[in-house]
Ligand binder design. Structure first.
Ligand SMILES: NC(=O)c1ccc[n+]([C@@H]2O[C@H](COP(=O)([O-])OP(=O)(O)OC[C@H]3O[C@@H](n4cnc5c(N)ncnc54)[C@H](O)[C@@H]3O)[C@@H](O)[C@H]2O)c1
Length: 260
């Protein structure tokens, strides 16, 4: 039922092969989407190399640097997309950042700058990106915006700290974007993914314990895979979910519904 033939979209957040965004890209490509990918430049250039490798594999028509902490970088991405495509159908925001020290100290000791940085990169960035792509989605008669959240948005998860408040704000922002853009037939949703071992999650203290608990205490007695998040992403980005907006959909093997 899900067919992305003739559909175009941007995916931000591929870092390496373990990235949730990587699996989302593979899934969307399999379903026929035309893709634009971005990478964050870091000293060793590994993200760029990984994104270019994935881009080659899926025939990405846009591959561009985008640091969402920089307004000009976001503007440049929107400009390139307008020039190359003019119109687009979806946007995937699968990225987050918190300084390691801030993540790993008691929540009340989070630094002012660390709090702002985590919320700026992980949450605020969705606003200018949505604002930039909305006119191009309007030309298509609508579109779908997707971000990736975590249960730490609504429950106090050990060691998730400043990312918890950033994810809570991400989910709230999604509802406000859904309200703002709904009249244009542009939808905005979140996937709340279960714990998965990735580069980002390795920065959370005792993440192995979080994974163990998620596996043992989920309804399905296992943790979720990147590919499973990718499949739900395709659903939420496609017309098959045309009546769903402003929602957070849990893809966590039923961890969130258990009263342990
Ligand atoms: N892994 C998990 O257990 C889990 C669970 C729920 C939600 N999530 C969320 O999924 C999303 C993807 O994370 P992941 O687990 O795939 O890890 P990941 O490390 O593979 O991806 C995070 C991405 O964020 C990007 N990023 C960081 N700062 C950036 C900036 N300034 N500009 C542009 N990009 C930037 C990195 O380049 C990286 O590609 C994040 O929002 C994360 O919070 C992860």
């Amino acid at each position: 039922m899900i067919d992305f033939s003739g559909k175009r979209g941007l995916v931000l957040g591929v870092g390496n092969q373990r990235s949730i965004a990587w699996a989302i890209v593979e899934q969307l490509h399999e379903l026929g989407a035309e893709l634009g990918l971005t990478y964050l430049t870091e000293p060793k250039g590994r993200f760029e190399a990984n994104v270019r490798k994935l881009g080659d594999k899926v025939g990405a028509s846009i591959i561009q640097e985008c640091d969402v902490g920089n307004d000009d970088s976001i503007k440049q991405l929107i400009k390139t997309t307008e020039k190359e495509w003019g119109e687009l159908d979806f946007l995937v925001h699968s990225l987050a950042f918190a300084d390691y020290d801030d993540l790993n100290r008691p929540y009340s000791e989070t630094s002012r700058i660390g709090f702002m940085k985590a919320h700026e990169i992980s949450t605020f960035s969705l606003l200018p990106l949505s604002n930039g792509v909305a006119p191009m989605m309007c030309k298509r008669g609508g579109g779908s915006i997707l971000s990736i959240s975590f249960i730490g948005a609504v429950l106090a998860v050990p060691n998730y700290n400043v990312m918890g408040s950033a994810k809570a704000a991400l989910e709230a922002s999604t509802r406000y974007l859904a309200r703002e853009l709904g009249p244009e037939n542009i939808r905005a949703n979140n996937i709340s993914a279960g714990a998965i071992r990735t580069l980002s999650s390795s920065g959370i203290k005792n993440f192995s314990e979080m994974l163990r608990v998620a596996g043992e205490h989920s309804a399905m007695l296992r943790t979720v895979t990147q590919a499973e998040v990718g499949k739900t992403a395709a659903f939420l980005l496609s017309d098959v979910s045309s009546g769903i907006t402003g929602q957070t959909v849990y893809v966590d093997c039923g961890y969130s519904i258990m009263a342990n």
